[in-house]
Write a protein that binds this ligand. Sequence first.
Ligand SMILES: Cc1cc2nc3c(=O)[nH]c(=O)nc-3n(C[C@H](O)[C@H](O)[C@H](O)COP(=O)(O)O)c2cc1C
Length: 335
Amino acid sequence: MSYPKTNHLMARGAAFLGSEYAILCGAMSWVSERNLVAAISNAGGFGVIACGAMTPELLDAEIAATKTLTTKPFGVNLITMHPQLFELIEVCGRHNVGHVALAGGIPPKGSVEALKAAGAKVLVFAPTLALAKKLLRGGADALVIEGSEAGGHIGPVATSVLAQEMLPALADEYLVFVAGGIGRGEAMAGYLEMGAAGVQLGTRFACATESIAHPDFKKAFFRANARDAVASVQLDPRLPVIPVRALKNKGTEEFTQKQREVGLLLDQGSVDMMEAQLRIEHFWAGALRRAVIDGDIENGSLMAGQSVGMVTEEEPVAAIIDTLLAESEAALTRR
Ligand SMILES: Cc1cc2nc3c(=O)[nH]c(=O)nc-3n(C[C@H](O)[C@H](O)[C@H](O)COP(=O)(O)O)c2cc1C
């Protein structure tokens, strides 16, 4: 199949990524490992390894293993607050990883420079136009804007609004990829027409045939509707809760209860602030792994975006990408 209109709109993004299509599969901790990453890149998209909390040794092994499964380009996503960020950057440099995304906060001083010195192109995330401009002027090569419809850690603003704020201001001069809530090709076409260089999807790919996610994790996705993918709520402003969008389950209910309990202990003076924050942070430690790898869909974290309602069956990555492209092309042809 050929998709001339879509390819035309994706040309800049695809040239930047070195892939056939400017469709990134956003890094998903535990899910975006060698198998899914290689499958995405082999199908013409751009796979990204989720480093998450991996040590430099584990990242080294994951990149090496991915290279045995694909000769196509793929990227690595590093979390900015990782205590060994600069060692992870060195690992990427040693493997000549072409693209690194810095996620989870403002890139620390020297990190963008270190990546560029290692020969990588740098993708950054920014929740506001002012920060986006600062990072792009400061040397980042591309921007990902991610709206609150997305799965995982989210900001407060919807993709549709971020796209209207950011694309007209930035897309002529810079490469901007749009993420969050994209489940079909028509939506992809819409953002491309607004000037996006490409798109990033996570939820739509999480349950692909090639994904190693546990069968029960996948079944939970197939059963879920958009309204089941809810953002975690912060009950007490004293406690650190970064909103995460995930499917409702026993764990999300217990988390609300946990916040109440810890808030009460703080009021009573039976724990100090440090202990309270630790109790909250520990609640979810390992929870995504429990859901994705062990299939504990009751107590684990089922991170998913609102597009989960459009994920109804297990399909190979290549079929998902073909569907997205065909839907996009049909939409662009109708106009
Ligand atoms: C299960 C899951 C885990 C995720 N883990 C990460 C992560 O480790 N790092 C990151 O930058 N984004 C992470 N994300 C966000 C994705 O990379 C991607 O940007 C997002 O899923 C796009 O929105 P969508 O889910 O609406 O397609 C995760 C998303 C999901 C669904």
